[in-house]
Design a protein around this ligand. Structure first.
Ligand code: SF4
Length: 383
């Protein structure tokens, strides 16, 4: 939870019932942790000379009977990124083990030293602990220029990206060397291309294709997933033919006119991400969207109508309702939106979509093959 520099809180006056600015102190907001879906944004007015806020989450926060509250719901029962599940000593031991097992593997060294120990990446720490989802960053470059990119921010911007972009192109051998043992030995194993510390993995599709083929020569266990901007349908087809199990396409909106000014694609269009999802669906693969939830926009009537069409057209299997970590005013300014239109409330949006698409799954993380092929609702107490 934090106070917001140069921003005054907006609230309802307890006597008049009128909405008004609070002159005392600064506005506050809360960073709702992974697995939770936030319903409302912190309400504040930004001073003209206020600094742009970093790429954090700005959920509303309140106080009642001696406790803080946030309007949110646990949308994902999987405990893989619950903070209480991480023990620093065990992680340090795990990292030492990885570095001694794979002394010449640049990717393991990156995941161990940068991701697990420096960025504190939950996925890299789970890899060090030999469990669940293991990250495979592969691409130093990207074919999009997202306003809120988490691995590269242009010099002219005042904010910085929370991670630095990968500085080398891993080889097939480097990828296969640690992913096969992870798939063989980890509980509920997943290996995922496309991480926050790289550009767009599809730019490295030949390497991923060859790695998937090699991995499947050694093990049939677990799920091979890609987190991607979905920009290259032909490359996605080649990965499906090689054995890709699941795809997660990230998006701030399923409306082209909201998507394009945010992603600022170099050489692809919104229609390409739709096509990529349809291709994976045609191969019987698992399809998710990494849906950046921006209360006031995501729950607008226009987005709701577009989402119904998008789910039907793509045969989507899952929505991962992700908090959109971005300064709200900066974001709206960058994509040129002044009027966000009438909105439903995120909670109601989730209810309406669930009623219309009862088989569509909700969550926050890529499901393991046990959930994809088996009972999706799992008991995580004994995970
Ligand atoms: S697709 Fe990913 S890596 Fe590329 S600009 Fe967007 S956030 Fe950054």
């Amino acid at each position: 939870m934090y106070e917001l520099p140069g921003r005054k809180g907006i609230g309802i006056d307890v006597e008049t019932g009128e909405m008004r600015l609070c002159e005392k102190g600064l506005a506050v907001a809360a960073f709702v942790p992974p697995a939770y879906s936030g319903f409302y944004m912190s309400a504040f007015e930004t001073d003209p000379d206020a600094p742009v806020l970093p790429l954090f989450c700005y959920s509303a926060a309140g106080w009642l009977d001696g406790k803080f509250y946030v309007p949110a719901v646990r949308i994902e029962q999987d405990i893989r990124q619950d903070s209480e599940g991480y023990d620093k000593e065990e992680i340090d031991t795990g990292v030492k083990g990885l570095l001694s097992h794979y002394p010449h593997n640049r990717l393991v060294s990156h995941l161990a030293n940068n991701c697990a120990l420096t960025y504190q990446c939950p996925a890299a720490r789970n890899f060090a602990l030999g469990r669940w989802e293991c990250p495979i960053p592969v691409s130093p470059a990207c074919n999009a220029n997202c306003v809120g990119c988490i691995s590269l921010q242009p010099d002219e911007e005042t904010i910085v990206s929370p991670q630095d972009r990968l500085g080398f192109k891993p080889t097939v051998e480097e990828i296969v060397e640690f992913t096969v043992p992870h798939l063989e030995s980890a509980p509920y194993p997943i290996v995922s291309f496309g991480q926050g510390c790289e550009g767009e993995p599809l730019l490295m599709w030949e390497t991923m294709r060859d790695a998937i083929i090699e991995i499947r020569k050694h093990t049939s266990k677990g799920s091979i997933n890609i987190n991607t901007n979905g920009s290259m349908p032909k490359a996605v087809k080649a990965l499906c033919e090689a054995g890709l199990d699941s795809i997660r396409v990230s998006t701030n909106s399923v409306r082209k006119e909201i998507y394009t000014p945010y992603y600022r694609p170099n050489n692809y269009q919104f229609e390409d991400i739709v096509e990529s999802l349809k291709i994976v669906n045609s191969f019987g693969g698992w399809t998710s969207i990494n849906f950046f939830v921006f209360p006031g926009m995501t729950d607008s009537i226009a987005e709701y109508e577009a989402l119904r069409k998008f789910i039907t057209e793509t045969g989507l299997k899952m929505i991962q309702w992700r908090s959109f970590n971005i300064d709200p005013d900066w974001y709206l300014g960058k994509i040129g939106v002044t009027d966000t239109g009438e909105c439903l409330g995120v909670k109601q949006l989730q209810q309406l979509i669930r009623e219309e698409f009862p088989d569509l799954k909700y969550g926050y993380f890529n499901p393991p093959i046990e959930r994809i092929n088996g009972k999706f609702e799992m008991d995580f107490a004994h995970h």
